[in-house]
Design a protein around this ligand. Structure first.
Ligand code: FES
Length: 105
């Protein structure tokens, strides 16, 4: 979520948040706020930074789907490490996330 959109509430995602503390992370060069206990995939979805990658087989756009580490649709580069499963990666203040728009991962 962009800092200027901090008042935007998405009930489905806000309902599972356990902490009101926010962290700042860089997604594709833009700064967003995320809940301290969010995953990177949640932050990507809230930021609207989709698709997070393209299918290596078909080139189709992909996005987080299962949110529990089973489908591998949420892969992105996190702090320079490629192919991280962002749905099982907790956010950290200052984290740098790069989606793979326009290239096959
Ligand atoms: S969303 Fe399915 S493995 Fe991450």
């Amino acid at each position: 979520m962009k800092p200027d959109q901090a008042k935007l509430e998405i009930p489905f995602i806000r309902a599972v948040r356990r902490s009101s503390e926010d962290v700042t992370l860089d997604i594709d060069g833009q700064i967003f706020l995320a809940g301290a206990e969010d995953t990177v995939a949640t932050a990507i979805l809230l930021a609207g930074a989709l698709p997070n990658r393209l299918s290596a087989v078909t080139g189709q756009p992909r996005a987080p789907f299962c949110m529990m580490g089973a489908c591998f649709e949420c892969l992105a580069e996190v702090d320079g490490v490629p192919l991280r499963q962002t749905c099982v990666t907790p956010v950290r203040d200052g984290m740098r996330v790069r989606t793979a728009k326009g290239k096959l991962v």
